[in-house]
Design a protein around this ligand. Sequence first.
Ligand code: ADA
Length: 560
Amino acid sequence: MNSLKPYPRHLLRKVHLADGVWDFTFLGDIACDKLDLDQIVYDDVMPVPAAFDALPAYAGRRGLAVYRRKISVTPGRPSRLHFEAVSLRCRIYVDGRLLGEHACGYTGFWVDVPAGDFQDRELVVVVDNRFDFHRSPLHEHYFDFYQWGGIIRSVWIHEVGGSYLEDAFVRTIDPVVGDIHVQVHIAGANGTPLSVELDGLPVGTYLASARMELRCRVPEPQPWSPGTPHLHHLRLRLGDDDIIIRFGLRTVEARDGQLMLNGEPVELRGYNRHESHPQFGPALPLSLLVADLQQLRDLGANFVRGSHYPQDQRFLDLCDEMGFLVWEEGIGWGQRARQLEDAGFRKAHLAMLEEMVCTSRNHPCVILWGVLNELGSNESCARPVLEESINLIRQLDPTRPVTYATMFPLEDLCYDLADVIAHNIYPGWYGCEDVEDPLSLIVPHIHKCIAHVDSLGHRAKPYIISEIGAEGLYGWHDALNGFFTEEYQAAYIETVLREVAANARITGIALWHFSDARTYVGGRALVRPRAFNNKGTVDEYRRPKRAYEHVKRLWRAKEE
Ligand code: ADA
């Protein structure tokens, strides 16, 4: 089973995969606190991982859903359940006892299960996919992407003793010499020796304590980069427990208006990407994760912005292996004073960021952290939230730049807080009702945005266009090449990419977006034909639109 598991992995620790077909029932609109687990009749089955409301039988349903399965663990030994993502919120029961709850649909979390007398235990997961600001403050109905419900990523059972390896964070000090810094977290440390191996070779043995800082040298170091994505392995062993961390030797830095990877400037060419498919919702099969990256590679892309939530760890593992650069982003979409001034929201937001950073910080592909897409950063309420978010991220990971994508390029009040300036802009798409030639707006607007940022004294910060795009309906052509045709979209993207190639001030671009993605179904869909966000270069089934060949031609030429 370990071969399917995203990193970190284990050779000694017993880890069982709890995916499969679970007992299931959909209870609908009832209060979570009113639930009597003994009275539940499981009248259906549900695959895990999957979004239950992506299946036709439950499409569009919101309410309480209950999942159940037997798990098998060694009697007398505590275990830990690892849920990679349950959306939108959930409660976890083992043998009828409430052991944990969680309220963000895109981050992993752990639940400690005390030792029991029997091998077979009953695991029940109560999932709630209703929008409710007080109970799930990070999810809102108005986000421009469909938010499905269910156990959407894998579930693992880790058998651990009283003392085990919780986590380790590997930081590159020198990618050429191979010097690394390792921070180790041990639960129940009791002076047992901790042995360290790098790429299978012993490095040393240390006396274990709860939090350890080690400096080691990789025996045969090979730096990681998109062109040569070399990976190394650190194995820690503590008694009968172990953990294997995969990492890459690379540094990243925002300096002199550039993003430097191992001291060399790098240009980002890529896409925003939603984890979304009409049939699977956000629970994408491995084949689709690989297929998406193969298409991105074919387009000549080297960069993915994981919009607008932490990505599947299998996807980040693939990016490590295939040499993609990733902007990993916390969940957020258009928060304003109502949320930004709410203590419950801020607490949940910081907890989510901590889960994201601690889970994703060993991926060499992740070169940038992002927070709170399009928050109200033109208002004073944004600053405290951005400050606390960015400070927390820097504390958990001082090695990567941090940014936020603003939709207020000319009115933003918080640029000083970010390491990288990132603009979401749609000249030639939104707000040009009275313009005869909307394409003519694109280049002047980009220049205006950059000039404004530089006039505020941020010339030394790299500049990224974090979103730009136009809708093109797959298969829609007409003689006028108007809005929503594949032709207008292709001409739009061509104009943008030519400017990006010609403008040395632009460090990178994430086009909006890779594939069409399901969004609003109600009144907001008035600007979203088919209830999809149709700005994909491929449609929701990954069929290329006309823009595909334009992007490929321009980016491949750049590559060569
Ligand atoms: C915003 C937002 C995206 C998407 C896009 C659009 O910039 O960040 O999620 O909604 O606009 O298509 O309008």
